[in-house]
Design a protein around this ligand. Structure first.
Ligand SMILES: O=C(CO)COP(=O)(O)O
Length: 273
């Protein structure tokens, strides 16, 4: 059993469990999943102010999720998996942050390794997208993480710190105070491999140290740093027991409503003290 470290996590940092559905679930399936997730959390009397829950569906399901969340006054937050660095214009296939804001999105993931690798997104592009998110009042879930070769060379902290320095370039202190950072080691994504809790803590702590270097005041203490990579109900409590881990960005396990609800309810599986 993992030890409940809530007492050591500054109270301002409300844990966030965010489900990145990736390219799964059409708008009808999305409606079913959100309903089941909501019912399960309601049955468990989930306190959304203690552990925030968000879903990140494909663009095509956002309107359905919005209708459900607003119509039934659900406590769930939602957001998109990407956005354009531009606001409008001749950018075929791109989606503006302005459209996402109109759909009531709270979050947008930026710089996921599947976009960095599959779509050639550089840190420069990621940085422009982070700024676009703020332009439209969206909260970025800024993703970072190292590949296996970098980890094998023991350069994971150096790699992640360099990514984030570039991704946050020009981001103001006020903006940075609301960013969510997701550390997702690429070798642990969709592989069943999970970084050990100590591995996750090492990099998440280094991220907080970088934030303290970049921004004065209490920014570093307030920013939520998530871990992502094969998170499941069975391993989430041990990861959440780490002092600098404030939630999880969940892929595969988030499209099973019972499993994702159990992840959100990780505190049911920890001992007090
Ligand atoms: O990429 C991830 C979340 O963004 C992690 O995916 P998995 O949970 O499927 O490993």
């Amino acid at each position: 059993m993992a030890k409940d470290t809530k007492a050591t996590r500054p109270t301002g940092r409300v844990p966030l469990m965010a489900g990145n559905w990736k390219m799964n679930l059409d708008h009808l399936q999305a409606t079913h999943l959100v309903q089941k997730l909501d019912w399960t959390l309601r049955d468990a009397k989930h306190d959304h102010s203690a552990v925030e829950v968000a879903v990140l569906p494909p663009f095509t399901a956002l309107r359905s999720v919005q209708t459900l969340v607003e119509g039934d006054k659900l406590d769930l937050r939602y957001g998109a998996q990407d956005l354009s660095p531009h606001t409008s214009g001749a950018y075929t296939g791109d989606i503006s942050g302005a459209f996402l804001a109109k759909l009531g999105c709270t979050y947008v993931t930026i710089g996921h390794s599947e976009r960095r690798e599959g779509h050639g997104e550089t840190d420069e592009v990621v940085n422009a997208k982070v700024k676009a998110a703020y332009t439209h009042g969206l909260t970025p879930i800024l993703c970072c993480g190292e590949a296996l070769d970098v980890r094998k060379e023991g350069r994971q902290v150096e790699h992640v710190v360099a990514q984030l320095r570039a991704d946050l370039d020009g981001v103001t202190k006020e903006q940075a105070a609301t960013v969510v950072i997701a550390y997702e080691p690429i070798w642990a994504i969709g592989t069943g491999e999970v970084a050990t809790p100590d591995d996750a803590q090492e990099v998440c702590a280094a991220i907080r140290t970088l934030l303290a270097e970049l921004y004065s005041g209490d920014v570093a203490d307030g920013v939520r740093v998530l871990y992502g990579g094969s998170v499941k109900a069975a391993n989430v409590a041990a990861i959440m027991a780490q002092e600098d881990v404030d939630g999880a960005l969940v892929g595969g396990a988030s499209i099973d409503p019972a499993e994702f609800a159990a992840i959100c309810r990780y505190r049911d599986h920890v001992t007090a003290g």
